[in-house]
Ligand binder design. Structure first.
Ligand code: PLP
Length: 388
């Protein structure tokens, strides 16, 4: 048996070079970045370097990067603070039905406090319609928050076009790029993004560190109140090791981006081809054209997804149904439901995500094991009728 990890969208392992960069900052280089003596200023310099590394990956200026505790905090900060900042103009926010809960539940929270939220639908490829977006805009709309790439089906939205619509109507545009970072080329200036959330643990950096890009000139209220850290914008003693690790991971992601994308796309495509060759009754969730290179979300007709996952786990294979967060709740995926699929397809679906450490041997092993498990589960399934 081998251990095969196919859940890189849930989280990624910290790369050795990242860990090596972080280690000294736990012990000998432990100074508080706000302290004025040497080990303090060394920590401050390390944070500056990380800011440059992350800014470099997304085409930003280092002064536009604010470190947070997570992608979730960055999403909360952007959505809540932008909504508050523009309250004089209006209280209407546009988002999509397939956002991560970090945005969706934040919008729920605002809705309960009197804001109006439009949840744009998506087509069966998982993409919003630009015409529907423009039609949803009112004179009270102050913020559009649409994710760059979806965490369950990997659909990549037309970000440049969305940003242009927002700009035309003088509306702020935030995008949750937690899944896109390190898997797609991102240039915030070229795309015209006002605010963008990212997270360390999806790009082979540590957990518990994120960042919000805020375009130069845009001022939104602080979300965390306290000390003067992060240029007076985000209080709290910095997560020094996390920031150093995130910076290093961003540098490596930028250095290897095109090779990484080509490699994981090839493996994902091979995986899809092999599964479809060996198993009938498969349906791919989400479109294949505008999609993250490592994502494969498949419905196995007549097979209960949770059962398949448990049998896969016994064989050492890790994947997930829905996002890491919703799989703990056993709720039907809001993303797959938004694609218009019936519940029996939603409950038969598994998300696989390949990453830098996935090998062809991992895929061959996984396809072999899944083929046997699916056969076994379908034999008991009253839902599944073999074709022919
Ligand atoms: N947004 C998206 C699209 C995600 O996939 C995730 C995590 O899965 C988050 C936000 C939350 O990021 P974090 O885990 O850093 O809070």
């Amino acid at each position: 048996m081998r251990d095969v990890y196919l859940d890189y969208s849930a989280t990624t392992p910290v790369k050795k070079e990242v860990l090596d960069a972080m280690l000294p900052y736990f012990s000998e280089k432990f100074g508080n970045p706000s302290s004025l003596y040497r080990i303090g200023t060394e920590s401050k310099d390390a944070i500056s370097k990380a800011r440059q590394q992350l800014a470099g990956l997304i085409g930003a200026n280092e002064r536009e990067i604010y470190f947070t505790s997570s992608g979730t905090e960055a999403d909360n900060w952007a959505v809540i603070s932008a909504a508050k900042a523009k309250l004089k103009k209006g209280n209407h926010i546009i988002t999509s039905a397939i956002e991560h809960h970090a945005v969706l539940h934040t919008c729920d929270f605002l809705e309960k406090s009197g804001y109006e939220i439009t949840y744009l639908p998506v087509n069966s490829d998982g993409l919003i319609s630009l015409e529907e977006l423009e039609a949803a805009i009112t004179d009270k709309t102050t913020l559009i928050s649409i994710m760059f790439a979806n965490n369950e089906i990997g659909s990549v939205q037309p970000i440049k076009e969305i940003a242009a619509i927002a700009k035309k109507h003088d509306i702020l545009f935030h995008t949750d790029a937690v899944q896109a970072l390190g898997n797609i080329e991102i240039d915030v200036k070229d795309l015209g993004i006002d605010m963008m959330s990212v997270s360390g643990h999806k790009i082979y950096g540590p957990k518990g560190i994120g960042a919000l890009y805020i375009r130069k000139g845009l001022i939104i209220p602080n979300y965390m109140h306290g000390g003067a850290q992060e240029n007076n914008k985000r209080a709290g003693t910095e997560n020094l090791t996390g920031i150093v690790g995130f910076g290093k991971a961003a540098e490596l992601a930028g250095r290897d981006l095109s090779d990484h994308i080509a490699k994981i796309r090839e493996l994902r495509d091979y995986f899809k081809t092999e599964l479809c060759r060996k198993i009938d009754g498969l349906e791919i969730n989400g479109g294949l054209d505008s999609r993250l290179p490592g994502n494969l979300n498949i419905a196995f007709q007549g097979v209960e997804g949770e059962a398949l996952l448990l049998y896969m786990d016994v064989k050492g294979i890790a994947a997930s149904t829905g996002s890491a967060c919703s799989s703990a709740t056993f709720a039907a995926s809001h993303v797959l439901k938004a694609l218009g699929h019936p519940l029996e397809r939603v409950y038969c679906s598994i998300r696989f995500t390949v990453g830098d450490f996935t090998t062809k041997e991992d895929i061959d092993y996984t396809v072999g094991e899944i083929t046997e498990i699916v056969d076994k589960l379908r034999a008991f399934s009253p839902l599944y009728k073999k074709k022919g």
